[in-house]
Design a protein around this ligand. Structure first.
Ligand code: HEM
Length: 365
């Protein structure tokens, strides 16, 4: 049997014979189109790896029970962190393309029409698998496959299918909803915060105890205490946040995240220093990081586009930089998780947890 050869193993010939700049036939006529093609190909390869990692993470989460004893959760965190590192890398790559000037780009730009990064199926799949839905996208009309410069019908169908399979966001929500923190048996030795703790702070002055208790309804005593502590932490200009607290954690939830899932995310974040919450917190934190790194990419790409084409429309027929700026403020998958920070209080003001809970809630989340 012949020894395996490096270039055969990684199918290098195929990859290296896949660059065909349209604007020049011979090397000496060369311009920046070679760079333009290679950089897109490199991006697409990294997109492929991100999708691979995302599918693996989703596969682990699809099970009803994530068992930390079998390393599931640490594997998930490791893979998501890897996605973060890839995103960091591809953010830096924008500066390689920025060595091309606007006049350099003009030399071959018209030859691309109407092709555009807008048609990157893999980029759309990443967004969809993370949890971005079509109805949440900026300028949905641009996606109609009948529009010149939009995605092909089969590509759009694949994106649609990815949205309808369990997205990472949906799986995370279900995982959060399953958290067993509030089973009554864990709370028997819980010591309520004293009314004084819940009533006065330098910022907000006195808080009406009755309002704390009357808003409690059927709420767990922990949340009644936490809400009181949160209320006392608010300055007058932020007093309206208390209504939002009730809405987010007990009435409607936030975005497409249910109140129960929001409560679990807040609970993990409040007690992140307890060993049992290290990994769940790291997981939530990494999701926010991925959102942030993706929007960093959107920002860098948008700034680069402004330098390259100013205010002209894109080759894909959108309004160009204006469109990209719109996606920047709208396209997030884990915004609700990140915004949990709105409802945190100082460490020293947190209600103490009952010992039974600390002991009983094992890694078996
Ligand atoms: C000279 C460099 C580039 C220019 C001038 C440029 C321009 C644009 C423009 C104007 C759009 C909006 C759609 C349109 O009307 O065409 C767009 C979208 C996009 N481009 Fe680029 N692009 C460049 C490089 C890249 C690179 C290297 C990638 C890497 C894959 C990329 C990926 C994308 C993606 C994924 C979108 C869709 C963004 C979204 O809808 O959120 N672009 N680009």
């Amino acid at each position: 049997m012949e020894d395996l050869y490096y270039s055969d193993y990684i199918e290098l010939d195929k990859i290296l014979s896949s660059q065909h700049p349209k604007s020049f036939e011979a090397l000496e006529e060369g311009n920046d189109e070679m760079l333009f093609i290679i950089i897109h190909q490199v991006y697409e390869l990294w997109f492929k790896q991100i999708i691979f990692e995302l599918d693996l993470v989703r596969h682990i989460f699809i099970r009803d029970r994530i068992n930390d004893n079998s390393d599931d959760l640490s594997k998930v965190v490791q893979k998501l962190k890897r996605i973060g590192k890839i995103l960091e890398l591809i953010n830096q790559q924008v500066s390689v393309l920025e060595t091309m000037t606007a006049p350099d780009f003009l030399e071959f730009r018209n030859l691309l029409l109407p092709a555009s990064g807008f048609q990157s199926k893999q980029f759309r799949l990443i967004e969809a698998k993370l949890g971005l839905k079509m109805e949440q996208r900026y300028k949905r009309e641009y996606y109609k496959y009948t529009r010149r410069g939009s995605l092909a019908e089969t590509d759009l169908q694949e994106v649609d299918q990815a949205e309808n399979e369990s997205t990472l966001k949906e799986l995370i929500i279900k995982w959060l909803e399953r958290m067993p923190f509030f089973h009554e048996e864990y709370w028997q030795d819980y010591k309520r915060s004293s009314p004084v703790d819940r009533r006065s702070t330098p910022q907000s002055g006195s808080v009406d105890r009755q309002s704390i208790e009357s808003n409690s309804g059927q709420r767990h005593k922990f949340w009644v205490d936490y809400r009181g502590a949160y209320q006392t932490s608010l300055s007058q200009s932020e007093a309206g946040r208390l209504k939002e607290f009730d809405k987010v954690f007990f009435e409607e939830g936030r975005g497409d995240v249910s109140p129960a899932a929001m409560r679990a995310a807040l609970f993990i974040t409040i007690y992140r220093n307890l060993p049992i919450f290290h990994l769940p917190f790291e997981l939530l934190n990494t999701l926010s990081e991925i959102d942030e790194l993706l929007s960093n990419w959107r920002y860098r790409h948008f700034m680069m586009v402004r330098r390259m084409i100013g205010l002209r429309v894109g080759t894909g027929g959108t309004s160009g930089a204006g469109y990209l700026e719109g996606t920047l403020s709208q396209h997030y998958a884990f915004r609700e998780i990140t915004e949990v920070a709105t409802f945190l209080i100082e460490r020293g003001k947190r209600p103490g947890l009952p010992n039974v809970l600390k002991e009983k809630v094992s890694f078996n989340l």
